[in-house]
Ligand binder design. Structure first.
Ligand code: FES
Length: 298
């Protein structure tokens, strides 16, 4: 790590340097090993064309597992951090224009999207909310875009006027921020126009008790039972079918697994409504089965 910069009250950016770092696209995130046993996901918020540097920004969160506090207080330029390959669950699709909506640190994946929208000559606006102006990162960097960027700190403007923002353009809406903002935008924006990224699990309404079901692994030929309270990921692991995983709470997309047969009870925060309905893949760390049997392509 070669640079650590205060970007706003409670927000610090880090530049990770390396030779020929892997390619990434706007919306991508990396797994960062903060210390052994503690890995968190952070959006890349620099320039994808810069193959020598990755930039992330970290909000200091007092509750939680201490990852952000460790990065803020302990990690210094010159320290070595291990990062995984970038993954993108929030890709920017080509469009004539975009409506970007950010809450607080959720602005980070939108920064390279804005760079890409500018490069493509797209029409775009960013509606950026935060508790207070001094807690909103990258406002100086964004100021060069003039009226395309609307800074709306809550103590000056109240909550983001999401219904008006969504109704104000027919463009796709790309939104990242805290769960209340994501839940609110989901209530006012048609699902087909909305792209979200969640770093904390969405609230899942579970209406029935969990039931046991069977998982068949088509390639390795295992048939295993998953009891209530167990995860498919853990049961596969115990059966000698280890799957890649990171967050284990349905937010990072690492454990996405193709589904060949059966109906999935999706409990992740990654797949879109249409991807859930298609039922072609699932996050095996949290999702379960509605049918008595699932056949997975592993
Ligand atoms: S391990 Fe992150 S979504 Fe399953």
């Amino acid at each position: 790590m070669t640079a650590k910069t205060g970007e706003a009250e409670g927000v610090v950016s880090f530049v990770l340097s390396g030779d020929e770092l892997p390619d990434w696209t706007p919306g991508a995130h990396i797994d960062l090993e903060i210390r052994p046993g503690l890995t968190r996901q952070y959006s890349l918020c620099g320039d994808p064309a810069d193959r020598g540097r990755w930039r992330i920004a970290v909000l200091r969160e007092e509750p939680g597992r201490g990852g952000s506090r460790h990065l803020h207080d302990v990690i210094m330029p010159g320290d070595t951090l291990r990062a995984g390959e970038p993954r993108n669950n929030f890709p920017l699709e080509p469009a004539p224009g975009y409506t970007f909506v950010a809450g607080g640190i959720g602005v980070t994946p939108l920064l390279p999207m804005i760079r890409e929208a500018e490069r493509a000559g797209a029409d775009w606006t960013l509606h950026y909310g935060g508790r207070r102006r001094d807690r909103m990162a990258f406002t100086t960097e964004l100021a060069r875009h003039g009226e395309r960027v609307r800074l709306l700190p809550e103590d000056e403007h109240g909550l983001l006027p999401l219904a008006g923002i969504v109704a104000g353009s027919g463009y796709p809406v790309y939104c990242c921020g805290p769960e209340p903002l994501l839940a609110a935008v989901e209530r006012v924006c048609p699902a087909e126009r909305l792209r979200l990224e969640r770093f904390h699990p969405r609230e899942i309404e579970v209406t029935e008790p969990e039931r046991e079901f069977e998982v068949v692994t088509s390639m390795s030929g295992h048939t295993i039972r998953v009891a209530p309270g167990e995860s498919i990921l853990d049961v596969l692991d115990a059966a000698g079918v280890p799957m890649p995983s990171s967050c284990r709470e349905g937010t990072c997309g690492t454990c996405e697994t193709p589904v060949l047969e059966g109906e999935v009870d999706h409990r992740d925060s990654v797949l879109s409504e249409s991807e859930r309905a298609a039922g072609k893949s699932m996050m095996v760390c949290v999702s379960r089965a509605r049918s008595a049997r699932l056949v997975l392509d592993v």
